[in-house]
Design a binder for this molecule. Structure first.
Ligand code: FBP
Length: 257
């Protein structure tokens, strides 16, 4: 059983974009403050929070299950993507993590490094009683379309075979094709990755509904929540779909004043 599931489902608040994208791209005066994010996570009844180790060390208050991203990269280098380990599994556990997260850029010229590192990290995590979540993002010259159904299913399957307890993958655009990705992940739980802020609430909730209907265990989301002007309303709408099996229309009702 993954530590961040509630009734078999989960909603994780992701906040590692400061390293991945830089503060000027994603944050404003409010969201640049990790305390603002923790407040949303707690009041929005998220089942877990995802931090890099530095933020966890300085801000984590122990109230929600913690996932520490143990690798990362910035958006500055050119060329084939690679994210290196920057936190040990032992340190993640000492900081209170119940799971570690690791990004593998499948298809990158450096995928061998990340597959190898993830293999070691997964083993260490299991030895220490932590779950291992793989962010599997097909990316690099060899990948023409990172949300094509066959490539997302490949990512899901690679996660299962590499030993991930859960995979975090991008949505394919429709529920039917995402169902094949979920099938391909087998016993590894599938979490849909949020992505950049969607143009409308309805557009984002439709993606989430499609993923849940396809058998996903939940969502790991950042920008679509903490960039929202009413993040707790968005959290409530997401809970309607994920935990209560409600329709997009019912979830949109949560935005009523
Ligand atoms: P979002 O919901 O904001 O997309 O967060 C999910 C996430 O996987 C983060 O954990 C990570 O920082 C980011 O997306 C990576 O984004 P990109 O696709 O640009 O690499």
């Amino acid at each position: 059983m993954l530590p961040f599931l509630r009734m078999g489902k989960g909603i994780l608040l992701a906040y590692d974009q400061g390293l991945e994208h830089g503060p000027s791209k994603d944050f404003n005066e409010k969201s640049v403050d990790p305390a603002y994010i923790l407040d949303i996570a707690e009041k929005g009844k998220f089942t877990g929070i995802i931090f890099q180790k530095g933020v966890a060390e300085k801000y984590y208050d122990g109230k929600l299950p913690l996932v520490i991203k143990v690798n990362g990269k910035t958006s500055l280098p050119k060329g084939e993507p690679v994210a290196s380990q920057i936190c040990s599994v032992k340190q993640a556990k000492a900081l209170g993590a119940k799971a570690v997260g690791y990004t593998i850029y499948l298809g990158s010229a450096h995928e061998n490094l990340m597959l190898c590192e993830f293999g070691r990290i997964q083993q260490e995590a299991h030895e220490l009683g932590l779950a291992a979540i793989a962010w599997i993002y097909p990316r690099g010259e060899a990948v023409a379309n990172d949300t094509a159904p066959e490539i997302v299913a490949y990512a899901a399957r690679a996660g299962l075979e590499a030993g991930a307890d859960a995979v975090k993958i991008k949505y394919t655009g429709d529920s039917d094709s995402f169902r094949w990705a979920v099938r391909s992940a087998g016993a590894a739980r599938v979490f849909m990755s949020g992505g950049p802020k969607a143009p409308t609430d309805e557009a984002f909730l439709t993606q989430v509904k499609g993923a849940i209907d396809a058998g996903a265990s939940g969502l790991a989301v950042g920008r679509n929540v903490w960039q929202h002007e009413r993040p707790l309303k968005m959290a409530a709408a997401l809970r309607e779909i994920i935990f209560n099996g409600q329709s997009v229309e019912a979830a949109l009702g949560k935005f009523a004043p």
